[in-house]
Structure formats: C-alpha cells, structure tokens
Ligand binder design. Sequence first.
Ligand code: ADP
Ligand code: ADP
Ligand code: ZN
Length: 215
Amino acid sequence: MNIILMGPPGAGKGTQAELIKAAYPIPHISTGDMFRAAVGQGTELGKEAKKYMDSGKLVPDEVTIGIVEERLAQPDCATGFLLDGFPRTTGQAQALDKVLEKQNKKIEAAISISVPDEIIIERMSGRVSCKECKAVYNIKFNPSIKAGICDKCGGELFQRSDDNIETVSNRLAVYKEQTNPLLSYYQKQNVLHEVNGNRDASEVFKDIKKLLERF
Ligand code: ADP
Ligand code: ADP
Ligand code: ZN
C-alpha cells in the first residue's frame, strides 16, 4: 500500500495519518516531522531547513528529495508507506516516481483532503502537538483531557512556532502556487481521490478507510 496524503496546512493530514497508522501497519513518513526533528537536534539539515520553515517557505527540492529517498530505502518501507506532506512540488513528485520506478513500485492512491481557508486559519491557531509522540490536538476542536498534557503518552504539548497567522498565510499561498498543480499530476495517473476534510475527523477517516480497503 503506497499512499500519499495531500492537502493544505491544517487540512488534517497528520490527524488522519495517526488513524491510518492505527488501522494499517505501514510507516508514516512526514517530511515536516523529519525537518522538525533535525531542527531539534541542531544538525546541518536542521539549520538549513529552519531558514525556510520559519517563514513558511518550502525547503529546497534537492534537500527534501534526498531525505525522502533515504527514508524510502529503509526495510520497513518494503511493503508500503504513507507519505504525509510530500511531495509538495512537481519536481518532488517526478523525483518520487523515479525512485519508485527503480524499485518496481508506484503510488496507488493520492488522497487530497480539502478544507476552506477560513477553517484552516481557525484550526492552526489552536493546534498543539506532543513533544514526545507527535500526536496532534486542538485546544478548541480536539482538546487533550488534561490541558497541556498528551492523552497517549503523558508528554508535554507545545504550539509550533510556524503556526502564527503570518506564516500560516504564507504557507497557504505557497500551497496554492506550488502544491495545487500536483492534483492534476495525480489525476492524470488515475490515483487521485479528493476527500472533504471539513467534517469531524472520524467522518473523514471513514471515507479514507473505504478507499484503502481496496488495497
Ligand atoms: P503542515 O502539516 O502544517 O502542512 P508540515 O509539518 O508538513 O506542515 O511542514 C512544515 C514546514 O516544513 C513547511 O512549511 C516547509 O517549510 C517544510 N516542509 C515540509 N514538507 C516539505 C516538503 N515536502 N517540501 C519542502 N518543504 C517541506
Ligand atoms: P496537517 O497535518 O494537515 O497540517 P493536522 O492534522 O495537524 O493538519 O491538523 C491541524 C489542526 O486541526 C490540529 O489542531 C488538529 O487537531 C485539528 N484537526 C484535524 N482534523 C480536524 C477535523 N476534522 N476537525 C476539526 N479539527 C481538526
Ligand atoms: Zn504523546
């Protein structure tokens, strides 16, 4: 099962990825999580990525493609993977196809979660994530039982520094300009599925599950 989760920032990719992971044993590959881990560790990759992330720009393709290629070569990806937040440019999509072709694989479903801009802005202002297990919550729509503490692991919840209104607006503009064209890229490959993300997360997941049952 080789799957891509697409959608603007705040569409619910991470939230749906958690639900998919719990139902299907495939690795969840989030380029955003990988970059944040590198920033946290202070590696060269992290220092490079931070320059772009802080302003809501995309990390350059050559850097991003490199880390994904390395990740997909790990043995746990042999029977499938769930890509979250990659590809985000046509260059990334083409590079991904090339990598997969070498391994005799292809993308089986590109699931695009759509949500109106005003809902995204509202969701982003309330997003908090667990420092330990990366679980995502929302102080308004999906609060943890105990404020500031992760229900799943007891870890501390924090707000991402790039979830401020200015950076979110930049990320939305970048999405429209650079990532939206990918919808027709996957449409042409006959693997695109659009899902209405402006509903309860469990309703969205029901639709995704129906799609995935085919594989
Ligand atoms: P969101 O979940 O809000 O869409 P992510 O966690 O996926 O955000 O990404 C956070 C930031 O990491 C992006 O704004 C961008 O700077 C960088 N990033 C993540 N994935 C990619 C990618 N595929 N290509 C380039 N930059 C990326
Ligand atoms: P993405 O990975 O696409 O950036 P997230 O999964 O991190 O999106 O979700 C963004 C914010 O919106 C989080 O605070 C999350 O709890 C909340 N959220 C996710 N899905 C829904 C939904 N269906 N309804 C309401 N809030 C949601
Ligand atoms: Zn946690």
